[in-house]
Ligand binder design. Structure first.
Ligand code: HEM
Length: 533
């Protein structure tokens, strides 16, 4: 419990329990930020017999998680969420071992820079569907955002679209994910708590059984499609034009033949892609919508840029190089409402020392994303949503993440080192398309309170805690910018609606939808990234 004198500093400890009694039960990110201000960029928390090292500067993250990634890429052990609730199968929580390395390779096979381009038609169609939703039931905007990111990921992971925000599978999938958060009281620090503080083992096991059943159902379904010839896979083959319905489960089924892993692992890999990709992306977008209500000048400037570049034509990914302010809005959204405010903890797999401090083997390393994003030295007036701070930064998230100069990294949302998010390329595109098209079609306005006549401004400090932070639900008035824009939204949907069958599922991947697609604007870092993967 007591902090050895050669450990990084931290709040005073009590015998046996160390700092456990000081662990915040809500808004953990704010307390972690406060401690960073008090104890510096590398501090420690004593959690009973365990220790967590909190990294709160870009330099510390680069020095340890990136540069020494060979020893900082584990995950904290004895983690309820993995052993009990995931049967050891959840890739995100696997330690630095042979299975994880294989999984990481498999994930690379379905998420790499190249392969992620094949999902663009899905992103395109789902954003159009989101715009239709915003047109037809604007008050449900939070659901339309969630449906968009979820449908994209169910399509990528298992090959089916999610049509409604109250879709049964979606709800079940979310229930599991959120329940796990509730069960574990999951902000990252809870993951390093000793088991005796988590008296929910039995419930956890139940949860795992049900989740496995759900993932397996979709996985087996993909196999049936593969066998019946209604799906083709691309894994281990060059990307060709005759891909139909690219989806991870099908690629993994092909890979399974070569690598011989179990169905359980395969379905969890697909399933966890789904969980890794949907709510996270939604939170960033919800933050963006909120920011537009609070900082209306930003929306105006963004719309001016879109009008200048695209006019009446709906923006697409080919506009990426020509819409620097929209790209900056995306970066700022990632900084301002980072979803993973305290990252996903890494673990040290051997003893180390840094800045004269001892870092013991098995300590958890917490990436203090919130504190870094809100450091006024790096980002003056940090709670102001100000895309102008990114002027001249042409890196995408992946490039910035591996920039050798840590001060040039834009945001830390996607983690670090060998654990870096493999879905970044997909996430960047999802965000860019949704932001550009929403602002092209709609004004995001404050609702006016009918009784008082006052505009309702969302409270930006009212943040929902948990596995991911997100803005508390808020109201907005979302209106088409003009009659003709409303008509254009319908027309744009009409152009793709014919690609779907009567169940609103893809008939085939759209023909003629040939994307030039954006190439990275600086291409020096790609190799580095691949080497981290
Ligand atoms: C804005 C959206 C997203 C956010 C905020 C996000 C966040 C994260 C974070 C924080 C990590 C762990 C990094 C670390 O340990 O240092 C991660 C890992 C990962 N994410 Fe994402 N992610 C997003 C989108 C996606 C998407 C769309 C996919 C795939 C469809 C995806 C797949 C993965 C995978 C495969 C890993 C690696 C797990 C591991 O090696 O432990 N993510 N992501």
């Amino acid at each position: 419990g007591r902090r050895p004198s050669n450990y990084p500093p931290g709040p005073p400890t009590l015998p046996l329990i160390g700092n456990l009694h000081q662990m915040p039960t809500k808004n953990a990110h704010l307390q972690f930020q406060k401690w960073a201000q008090e104890y510096g960029p590398v501090y420690s928390l004593m959690l009973g017999t365990k220790v967590a090292i909190v990294l709160s500067s870009d330099v510390a993250v680069k020095d340890l998680l990136d540069k020494r990634s060979s020893i900082y890429s584990g995950r904290p052990e004895l983690y309820m969420g993995q052993e009990i609730m995931s049967g050891g199968y959840r890739p995100l929580f696997m330690g630095n071992n042979a299975v994880w390395k294989m999984v990481r390779k498999l994930a690379h096979g379905v998420l790499s820079v190249k392969v992620s381009r094949s999902y663009v038609p899905y992103q395109d169609l789902e954003v159009r569907a989101m715009l239709m939703g915003l047109l037809e039931s604007p008050n449900d905007f939070l659901n339309h955002i969630r449906r968009y990111t979820t449908s994209l990921t169910t399509q990528m992971a298992f090959g089916y679209r999610t049509l409604e925000s109250n879709d049964e599978n979606l709800l079940e999938m979310f229930e599991f994910w959120l329940q796990s958060a509730a069960l574990l009281d999951l902000y990252p620090i809870a993951r390093v708590l000793p088991d005796f503080l988590l008296p929910v083992r039995r419930m956890g096991r139940e949860y795992h059984k049900r989740e496995m059943k759900l993932f397996m159902k979709h996985f087996i379904n993909a196999r049936t499609q593969l066998k019946s010839g209604t799906a083709k896979a691309r894994y281990l083959e060059p990307i060709s034009q005759d891909i139909e319905q690219p989806c991870c489960a099908i690629d993994l089924l092909r890979a399974q033949k070569e690598h011989g892993f179990s169905d359980e692992l395969g379905c969890y890999l697909s399933g966890s892609l789904l969980q890794a990709g949907s709510e996270t992306t939604a939170v960033i977008l919800i933050g963006f919508f909120q920011a537009m209500l609070v900082f209306p000048d930003v929306a105006k400037e963004a719309q001016a840029e879109i009008d200048r570049v695209c006019g009446n034509r709906m923006p697409d990914l080919n506009d990426f190089p020509d819409l620097p302010y929209i790209r900056a809005c995306m970066k700022e959204s990632l900084r301002w409402m980072p979803a993973t405010a305290l990252g996903v903890p890494h673990a040290a797999t051997q003893d180390d020392s840094y800045m004269g401090y001892h870092i013991p083997k098995d300590s958890a390393l917490i990436l203090n994303v919130w504190a870094i994003h809100n450091d006024p030295k790096q980002h003056p007036d940090p709670r102001r949503f100000n895309p102008a701070r990114w002027a001249g930064d042409n890196q995408n998230s992946a490039q910035a993440a591996v920039n050798p100069d840590p001060s040039k990294r834009d945001h830390f949302v996607f983690g670090a080192g060998r654990r870096l998010c493999q879905g970044m390329h997909i996430a960047d595109r999802s965000l860019f398309l949704a932001i550009a098209r929403t602002l092209w079609a709609f004004d995001l306005k404050r609702q006016v309170d009918k009784q008082t006549g006052q505009e309702i401004i969302p409270d930006v400090d009212n943040i929902k805690d948990g596995l991911f932070i997100s803005p508390m639900p808020f109201v907005a008035d979302i209106v088409p910018r003009s009659e003709s824009r409303a008509a254009a939204v319908r027309e744009e949907w009409g152009k793709v609606a014919g690609l779907l069958d009567e169940d609103m599922q893809w008939k085939t991947v759209p023909e003629g939808l040939k994307w030039k697609d954006y190439e990275p604007l600086d291409d020096g870092n790609e190799d580095l990234l691949e080497s981290l993967s």
